[in-house]
Ligand binder design. Structure first.
Ligand code: 5GP
Length: 183
C-alpha cells in the first residue's frame, strides 16, 4: 500500500507566511551586529533558504545536525549532535531555524548545547509548531503555523527520506508495511 498524502498548506500560503516571518525577523535584528542563523539539518534547509532571502542586514549562516533515537514518528529525547556548528556561537545573536517543534525535546537539547558557547542571545524560529504534543516548557518566538498532531512531509521534511522536494506541506499516512525513521 503506498503512503497517503493530503495537502495541508499550499505553496502560496507557505510563501506568504515565510515572507511575513522573515520581515519580522529583519525588523527585530536589523540593528543588531553578529547575528548567526542556525539551520537544523536536514528538515529546515528549504525554510532557512527562504527566510534568509527576506533579510536586508548582514548575518552569518551555519548548520547543525542532530540524531534522535527511536523507531517511531516520535523522538525519544535521547538526542546527539551529528554535525556541530563551524562558526563560533560565542558572543553572537543566534536564531535557530527549525522545521517543526513537536515534543520540544530536540530543541530543548539544542538550546542547552548552544548556551554552552555563551551566545549573546538565542531565539527560535520554527515553520511548524505542534504545541499539543509538548513535553517541555518551550515557546518559540517565531512560529509559521500551528498544526494539529499529524505527521507532515514536504518543504524540506521527509518520511524515510522521501517527499522533501514537495513545494507544499502534506499530512502523510505512511504505508504500514514500511518502518518510520525519526530524523
Ligand atoms: P521533537 O523533539 O520536538 O519531538 O521533534 C522535533 C523533530 O522531529 C523535528 O525537527 C523533525 O525532524 C521531527 N518531526 C516531528 N514531527 C514531525 C512531522 O510531523 N514530520 C516530520 N517529517 N518530522 C517531524
Amino acid at each position: 500500500m503506498p503512503d497517503q498524502l493530503r495537502l495541508l498548506l499550499g505553496e502560496d500560503v507557505i510563501a506568504q507566511r515565510v515572507a511575513e516571518l522573515g520581515q519580522k525577523i529583519a525588523r527585530d535584528y536589523r540593528s543588531s551586529s553578529q547575528v548567526l542563523f542556525v539551520g537544523v539539518l536536514n528538515g529546515a534547509f528549504i525554510f532557512l533558504a527562504d527566510i534568509v532571502r527576506q533579510l536586508d542586514f548582514p548575518h552569518a549562516i551555519d548548520f547543525l545536525r542532530v540524531a534522535s533515537y527511536g523507531a517511531s514518528t516520535e523522538t525519544t529525547g535521547a538526542v546527539q549532535i551529528r554535525k556541530d556548528l563551524e562558526i563560533s556561537a560565542s558572543d553572537r545573536h543566534l536564531v535557530i531555524i527549525e522545521d517543526i517543534v513537536d515534543t520540544g525535546l530536540t530543541l530543548s537539547f539544542l538550546l542547552g548545547h548552544l548556551a554552552g558557547s555563551r551566545p549573546r542571545s538565542i531565539e527560535v524560529c520554527t515553520l511548524l509548531d505542534k504545541p499539543s504534543r509538548r513535553q517541555v516548557d518551550l515557546v518559540p518566538k517565531y512560529v509559521g503555523f500551528t498544526i494539529p498532531n499529524e505527521f507532515v512531509v514536504g518543504y524540506g521534511m521527509d518520511y524515510n527520506e522521501k517527499y522533501r522536494h514537495l513545494a507544499g506541506i502534506h499530512v502523510c499516512v505512511p504505508d504500514p508495511t514500511e518502518g518510520i525513521r525519526v530524523p
